[in-house]
Structures are given as structure tokens and as C-alpha cells.
Design a protein around this ligand. Structure first.
Ligand SMILES: Cc1cc2nc3c(=O)[nH]c(=O)nc-3n(C[C@H](O)[C@H](O)[C@H](O)COP(=O)(O)OP(=O)(O)OC[C@H]3O[C@@H](n4cnc5c(N)ncnc54)[C@H](O)[C@@H]3O)c2cc1C
Length: 362
């Protein structure tokens, strides 16, 4: 029997695991390795923070899904990979060998190397930390969220809604180093800023955090901001694994893959989602939905690798539709310069997210 090792329970791997139930790869033993038996679905993070769903509604049981597909489940985090020996080491001290390997481990959080961040701020990645981090922040008197991207804005607005409903009177403070959603147009940023104002978020923009101390943030404009709980939502950073294992990475440390989702130098090595960078692309990756969209190509190419030698190319998509929650069961849909906000946008996002998560529920 040959061995396929799936590292991480990200969205592309969920698709692969599900497909293997009805279309197993002939004479291949499959194992999935991930640090939590649950994969948390970030599409529902805003709705969870707002109090609309329970923990069980926002996660997929990876271990159960693997078992249904006849796949071995190993709980643990990968710590290194040796492409020559074709083996990995895990946080539990396990050694796992493989004939082919696929990575879908997501990203980590940016700027955590600033003084005090690791000691005093909650991070939510890997994503099984999300629920505990949010629950810690719900009732705190002074909650500060750092970041200006979709995650920081969505969680600030959603937490603010929960706090108002539950009579916690102090507003959430949001500190952004730039304008809001700096990767979008100024029109979208301005709209988000208006919403942040309307929803009474205490916001500070164009100001960087320089260090964090016990209950105190220092900023680039020499301000001191006090907090009881601090949530660090500053965007993605590459996991250190690929660089320390001396695999081919881009200049930020993301694993370089070709359009077949294979590493050029090691064709038995695949990767998808937030931990990879597509070769010949100046962008780090395509953003959140890439892991979901890459799932079907990854499945075909893993199967092709063992069975027929055939595969498919992943077609990149720029300017896709993006959706976010804005609290109070309101949402935002953005496609290029088109923007829709309000209840209808929330219902559409909720419909898409519900449809997605149901695919994988027991
Ligand atoms: C607050 C917030 C809200 C978001 N909202 C949305 C949204 O509405 N829609 C959207 O499309 N995107 C959203 N995103 C972005 C989204 O979370 C990521 O872009 C997306 O989850 C990346 O998917 P992935 O499959 O690559 O990785 P992930 O979903 O991060 O999955 C990675 C998996 O690998 C596992 N893992 C991690 N480290 C290791 C290791 N060392 N060894 C083994 N396994 C490991 C993890 O436990 C997890 O199972 C949001 C992000 C945040 C922070």
C-alpha cells in the first residue's frame, strides 16, 4: 500500500476527505493529521461573536468525517517535514512517513513579533482558538481589537452587537494601522468607516501599535491605550514550517506551488489554501476562498498522482465576491466597485455559509 498524508484540516482537505468516501484512491492508505479534531469555519465567526450560533454550529468534526471516509485520523501538529526521507515529525513525537503529502494548514497571525503581543494578546489562529478567545472578550470592560482588515472589522462589529444586547456598555475599541480594508477601494473603506461610526465602535485609524504591556498598548503617535482584553486580528502570516524545513517558499515564507497545486521541486508534495503561494503570481495568495475553490483540483490531482498521472490546472480568480457580517444580522457584499449592505446581504451570506457547513456535518 502507498501512503498519502493530508496535513491540516483546512477547507481544501475537507473536500478531499469527503470525496474519498465515494471515490477512494486504489491501493492508497490515507491519513489526516491536525491539532484539533474540529475544523472551525471562519465564515461563521462573525455570527458566533454576535451570539447567533453555538460552538457546535460553527465547526466540522474532522475525526468523524475522516472515519466515514475510511481515513486514519492522527491528532497533532506537524513540526517539520523531510522531503528526502519522505517523513514528518509531529508535536506528539510521532514520525509519519508518506509517498505523497498535501498541506492545508492555513496561515498564522501577522505582527506577533512586536513586544508584548504573544504575552498579552489573544490570537485566533490556528482557528480552534477562536471560541475561547471570543468568550474571554465578551464581557470585559475594555476590549481592544487590533487590525483593519475584514476579520478585525467583522469581529469588532459582531462583538459590539453582542455586548449591546447583553448590556455591556463600554464600546469595543478598534485600532487600525491604515484605512479600513486597505486592499479594497476607497469607496469600500469609506462605507465601512461610516458603519463603524454608526455602530458606536470607538475607532482609531492610521495609528500603529508599537508595543503591548500588561493592560496597556503603546502607539506610533505616543498614545497609551488601556485594555482588559486584547484581540490581535492583524491579517495573515506564513507558518514557519516550510522555511524551517527548507522547502521552496516565496519571500514571505508561503509554500510555493504551481497551478497543479504541486511543489515543482517535489512533485509528490501538494499544498492549498492560506499556506501556499501560487508560482508566477505577485500576490501572496488569492484570499480566503482559495482553499474552498482549490479543493476539487487538489482531489483530482492527488488521485491522478497515484492512479493515472493526469491532473488539472487551478484557474486563479481575482476580484471575487466578498462577504462579511456587520453585526445586527446585517451584512456586506462587495464585487469590484459594487457594494450592497443590509439585511439582504446578511441573509445571502448566511445562506451560502449554511449550505457550505451542511455539506460536512455529521
Ligand atoms: C475572524 C475571521 C473571519 C473570517 N471570515 C471569513 C469568511 O467569512 N469567509 C471566508 O472565506 N474567509 C474568512 N476568513 C479567512 C479564513 O479564515 C481563511 O482565509 C481560511 O480559513 C483559510 O482556509 P484554509 O483551509 O487554508 O486554512 P484554515 O481554515 O485556517 O485551516 C487550517 C487547518 O490546519 C490545521 N493546522 C494548523 N496548523 C497545523 C499544523 N502545524 N499541523 C497540522 N495541522 C495544522 C488547523 O487546525 C486547521 O484545521 C476569516 C478569517 C478570520 C480570522
Amino acid at each position: 500500500m502507498k501512503k498519502l498524508l493530508l496535513v491540516g484540516g483546512g477547507h481544501a482537505h475537507l473536500h478531499v476527505i469527503k470525496k474519498l468516501k465515494d471515490q477512494p484512491i486504489a491501493d492508497v492508505d490515507v491519513t489526516v493529521l491536525s491539532p484539533s479534531k474540529f475544523q472551525y469555519f471562519s465564515g461563521r465567526f462573525g455570527a458566533y461573536a454576535e451570539g447567533l450560533f453555538d460552538e457546535s454550529d460553527i465547526r466540522i468534526n474532522l475525526e468523524a468525517l475522516a472515519k466515514t471516509s475510511g481515513i486514519h485520523w492522527v491528532q497533532g501538529a506537524i513540526t517539520s517535514v523531510d522531503p528526502k526521507q519522505k517523513m514528518v515529525l509531529t508535536s506528539n513525537g510521532d514520525v509519519l512517513t508518506f509517498d505523497a503529502i498535501s498541506f492545508n494548514i492555513g496561515s498564522l497571525t501577522a505582527s506577533t513579533d512586536l513586544p508584548g503581543v504573544v504575552e498579552y494578546a489573544y490570537r485566533i489562529k490556528p482557528n480552534y482558538h477562536f471560541v475561547d478567545a471570543i468568550n474571554e472578550c465578551r464581557q470585559a470592560d475594555k476590549v481592544v481589537i487590533v487590525g483593519g482588515g475584514a476579520a478585525a472589522i467583522e469581529i469588532s462589529l459582531s462583538l459590539q452587537t453582542w455586548r449591546k444586547k447583553n448590556h455591556v456598555t463600554t464600546p469595543v475599541t478598534l485600532i487600525s494601522p491604515d484605512r479600513f480594508l486597505p486592499d479594497k477601494s476607497h469607496k469600500v473603506s469609506d462605507k465601512i468607516e461610516k458603519i463603524v461610526v454608526q455602530k458606536d465602535i470607538n475607532y482609531i485609524k492610521n495609528e500603529e501599535v508599537t508595543s503591548v504591556k500588561h493592560h496597556k498598548i503603546m502607539t506610533s503617535l505616543q498614545n497609551e491605550i488601556y485594555f482588559n482584553k486584547l484581540l490581535w486580528l492583524t491579517g495573515p502570516k506564513a507558518p514557519g514550517l516550510f522555511r524551517t524545513s527548507k522547502l521552496p517558499v516565496d519571500d514571505q515564507g508561503y509554500l510555493k506551488v504551481e497551478d497543479t497545486l504541486q511543489v515543482k521541486q517535489y512533485p509528490f508534495m501538494f499544498g492549498a489554501g492560506g499556506c501556499v503561494s501560487l508560482e508566477n503570481d505577485s500576490n501572496i495568495n488569492e484570499g480566503p476562498v482559495s482553499a474552498v475553490r482549490q479543493g476539487p483540483v487538489l482531489f483530482k490531482n492527488l488521485k491522478g498522482f497515484f492512479e493515472t498521472g493526469e491532473g488539472e490546472l487551478y484557474k486563479r480568480q481575482k476580484n471575487g465576491l466578498s462577504m462579511m457580517s456587520l453585526g445586527d444580522k446585517e451584512g456586506l457584499l462587495n464585487y469590484k466597485e459594487h457594494l450592497i449592505t443590509g439585511r439582504l446581504a446578511w441573509h445571502l451570506k448566511n445562506w451560502v455559509d449554511t449550505h457550505y457547513i451542511r455539506e460536512y456535518k455529521d
